[in-house]
Design a protein around this ligand. Structure first.
Ligand code: ZN
Length: 206
């Protein structure tokens, strides 16, 4: 699983409970310094006095938990029925953080594949979306990583992923009109080579 890009420059992938709590301690100290640098009198405000630790815990344990997790082990089942149609899961809720501003982007992922020799338990697809989404991300990379993960593990005839998301960094900063959304897509195999198959997928999304 090392081939997946991890957000640590040194290639380390800390995930033991002990490593995580060390990271939380360091991040809380750094966040306190950050609030100081911003000039906030946060220590005397009961709403803010615990904020550095709260932010660090929320980030490491929850919001960006995928930074500290490897993608779930996918149990591939034999495609005994030789099913060769599209397996589609739409409207998978996802939330992520943009690498550029550390603000959330929130939306839906639509994922499809056409099995070859293997199929996957359906609950695994949302989990794959989740582990890649809960990282510092750009939507384009997230879309590709979900596609590559399925392609590499199942070796299907093709994979299609579309993500539609609203970026708070755009909406809150007034860069774009509110409610505008960003759509990204990634395809492999037959979804690239066969226009009809791709059109079938795009129809399922509508
Ligand atoms: Zn951004």
């Amino acid at each position: 699983m090392n081939k997946f890009r991890l957000p640590f420059a040194n290639g380390n992938h800390p995930r033991s409970a002990e490593e995580k709590s060390e990271i939380i301690e360091r991040a809380a100290l750094a966040y306190a310094a950050y609030m100081d640098a911003l000039g906030f009198d946060w220590r005397s405000d009961p709403n803010s006095s615990e904020t550095p630790m709260r932010v660090a815990k929320a980030f490491v344990n929850d919001l960006a938990d995928g930074c500290y997790s490897v993608p779930p082990k996918i149990t591939a089942f034999d495609n005994v029925d030789k099913y060769d149609g599209v397996v589609f899961q739409g409207n998978i809720k996802m939330h992520s953080f943009c690498s550029h501003h550390h603000l959330p982007f929130i939306g839906n992922a639509h994922v499809a594949y056409i099995p070859n020799g293997n199929i996957v338990g359906l609950s695994k697809i949302p989990r794959i979306v989740d582990v890649f989404a809960r990282r510092l991300q750009v939507q384009e990379r997230l879309t590709d990583e979900i596609k590559d993960c399925l392609q590499d593990t199942l070796n299907p005839i093709g994979v299609a992923v579309v993500i539609e998301a609203q970026h708070l960094c755009m909406q809150m900063r007034g860069v774009e009109k509110q409610h505008s959304s960003t759509t990204t897509s990634a395809f492999s195999g037959i979804f690239i080579s066969d226009e009809k198959t791709r059109a079938e997928f795009m129809n399922l999304i509508k």
